[in-house]
Write a protein that binds this ligand. Structure first.
Ligand SMILES: Nc1nc2c(ncn2[C@@H]2O[C@H](COP(=O)(O)OP(=O)(O)OP(=O)(O)O)[C@@H](O)[C@H]2O)c(=O)[nH]1
Length: 436
């Protein structure tokens, strides 16, 4: 999917008001978009209104671009339209200027595999464009002179166009979401507990998903989710998961569906988060949320990420949240304990695992089992009709059956999720009705 080589060679640029600019994240993002990072230019100074990094630095930037043969400059800062224009003028012809948000959109666009993800990317792009089109329209209106061609009119129509596209996409997304909700309900009724993975990008969610689902046949998983990649490949790149991937896992005889969601990213603008919000639906509707963090990161960074995740989840989530400290293979026990203590207010009683090596993943399974809603016990007496056996086998499929006695009637005792018990009662009721 990604080309490498000179066509995808980038120079990264970053300005900070004070201190030393750190380009680690923007480099990772650039690589995630398939660019080879060939150079960097950084600047510490107050923002220059005309060129953002100052005239001298723009010259350095242009030189670096020529020297490295880059075709793209990736700015970690957000550039205004005027700054973009001025910097662009100094760069060799054909060199593209991309800011952080455009870059993230580019990555999302490349990874969007499902219709829903594609629509979300489209929506995010339109939301990015809308304020720019509005600004252009108002500038054009201001500059309009009598006798001139109505430039303002053109931009106003673009603005209207964007707005109508946004509302069309929203409608379609809403329909998709209704279908998904219906599917979740069906899964719940058929005895699955729903567990969702949440957390920042690169925390190890996809790896953990594979680890939790490893005992279950992949074919089964493919059937469960025909629209998604059942192998859930995880590469050392950001955002391997765009949209959701669901796989089946077994926790102590309970059937669990584990869903991986798009990772959080720091400093995302509101409009972007908004566009991907519905990706979190599976988190909000889950029976249990596993909030995954990378324990090898500095404590303060983990803390900030936990706060953001909790704030976002708190909007609608009602399920219990278990924090998973992942990547314990990278740190020693003493450090894990120190971080556990430091984070105890935000993450009480976390589970520490290594998704990569599988170390202590069984502890996590036990914990998941313990946190899931209790099963209800039920005893049903079914009249003997033509359909009785199909009801018995449905209960077998969806519950843990303790005993079945066949006589004139069938007496079945089982344990199951409340929703399954309810469905069983309804089915038993139908049999009774049919038998009289
Ligand atoms: N050392 C170590 N690396 C891990 C562990 N778990 C995951 N990783 C690595 O961390 C990187 C990111 O893992 P993913 O599973 O793709 O992370 P993710 O949270 O799904 O990321 P997004 O899809 O971007 O949201 C990969 O290189 C994994 O191999 C772990 O327990 N230990």
């Amino acid at each position: 999917m990604t080309e490498t080589g000179s066509e995808r060679r980038a120079v990264v640029a970053k300005r900070v008001d004070s201190g030393r600019p750190d380009t680690t994240e923007i480099r990772d993002l650039a690589r995630a978009a398939g660019y080879e990072v060939a150079g960097e230019v950084t600047q510490t100074r107050k923002e220059d209104p005309a060129t953002h990094i100052g005239e001298g630095k723009v010259t350095t930037l242009a030189r670096t671009v020529v020297e490295t043969g880059a075709t793209v400059v990736v700015f970690d800062n957000q550039l205004g339209p005027y700054q973009t224009y001025n910097i662009g003028n100094e760069l060799p012809e054909g060199v593209k200027l991309v800011d952080r948000f455009r870059l993230i959109l580019e990555i999302f666009g490349q990874r969007a595999q499902t219709r829903k993800a594609q629509l979300q990317v489209e929506l995010a792009e339109l939301r990015y464009e809308l304020p720019r089109a509005e600004a252009k329209a108002s500038l054009a209106r201001r500059d309009e002179r009598p006798g001139f061609m109505g430039l303002g009119e053109y931009d106003e129509s673009r603005e209207r166009d964007i707005k109508s596209q946004i509302s069309r996409i929203r409608d379609e997304l809403e329909r998709i979401e209704e279908t998904e909700e219906h599917r979740r309900e069906q899964r719940r009724e058929s005895g699955f507990d729903l567990v969702a993975l949440a957390g920042y990008t690169n925390a190890g969610k996809s790896t953990l998903l594979r680890r939790l689902a490893e005992d279950v046949d992949v074919d089964e998983n493919e059937d469960l989710h025909p629209d998604l990649d059942a192998t859930a490949e995880s590469e050392d790149r950001l955002f391997t998961t765009l949209g959701t991937t669901t796989r089946r896992a077994e926790m102590d005889q309970r059937d669990v569906l584990v869903t991986d969601t798009v990772g959080f990213v720091s400093d995302l603008p509101h409009w972007l988060v908004e566009s991907f919000k519905s990706t979190l639906d599976s988190v909000y509707r889950a029976d249990l949320v596993l909030l995954v963090v990378d324990v090898s990161e500095p404590t303060e960074e983990i803390r900030e990420k936990l706060v953001t995740c909790h704030d976002t989840l708190a909007e609608r989530n009602e399920a219990p949240i278990v924090t998973v400290l992942n990547k314990i293979d990278r740190v020693d026990d003493e450090e894990i304990q120190r971080k556990r203590d430091a984070l105890s207010a935000l993450a009480p009683n976390p589970v520490a695992v290594s998704a990569r090596t599988g170390e202590r993943v069984d502890d996590l399974r036990e914990r998941i089992h313990a946190e899931l809603p209790d099963y209800e016990r039920e005893r049903l007496v079914l009249p003997m009709t033509d359909d009785t056996m199909s009801v018995v086998s449905w209960i077998h499929d969806n519950a843990q059956v303790d005993s079945v006695d066949y006589g004139d009637q069938v007496v079945i005792e089982f344990e199951a999720r409340p929703a399954v018990v309810e469905r069983s009662r309804a089915k038993a009721g139908e049999l009774v009705e049919a038998s009289v």
